[in-house]
Design a protein around this ligand. Structure first.
Ligand code: SF4
Length: 114
């Protein structure tokens, strides 16, 4: 495995490491349900005002984040350049629903309402 560093020289998780850590990090608190790795709805439906590498103005609602990879996983997981808002966004059974389609629709509705 190749060691990677961010702009500040801090170590950055490699893809496989980041995926493993993301899956562990987002598991539901009760262990029964939780974030669906590969969903990516929260990286598409909401607007994000913070700068994101590749999207210096942030991103509008409904636009795929430039850091969301083909497997719908964040390329910046474990990277200090990942916006703080992304780190704070947590799995919520009501908001995330039972499928990616439900999550996209519910997060989009919340975006419009707020
Ligand atoms: S930076 Fe990562 S977690 Fe944040 S919206 Fe983009 S892909 Fe999702």
């Amino acid at each position: 495995m190749t060691a990677e560093t961010g702009n500040d020289g801090a170590p950055v998780a490699t893809d496989s490491e980041a995926r493993r850590r993301r899956a562990a990090d987002v598991a539901g608190k009760d262990g029964a349900t939780g974030c669906r790795p590969g969903c990516g709805a929260c990286c598409i439906a909401p607007s994000i005002s913070s700068p994101i590498p590749g999207m210096p103005e942030g991103k509008p609602a409904g636009v795929r984040c430039a850091q969301l990879d083909d497997a719908n996983l964040c390329r910046l997981f474990g990277d200090p350049r990942r916006p703080a808002v992304c780190h704070r966004f947590d799995y919520d059974a009501e908001l995330c629903g039972r499928s990616r389609a439900e999550a996209l629709a519910r997060i989009a509705a919340l975006e419009v309402a707020t």
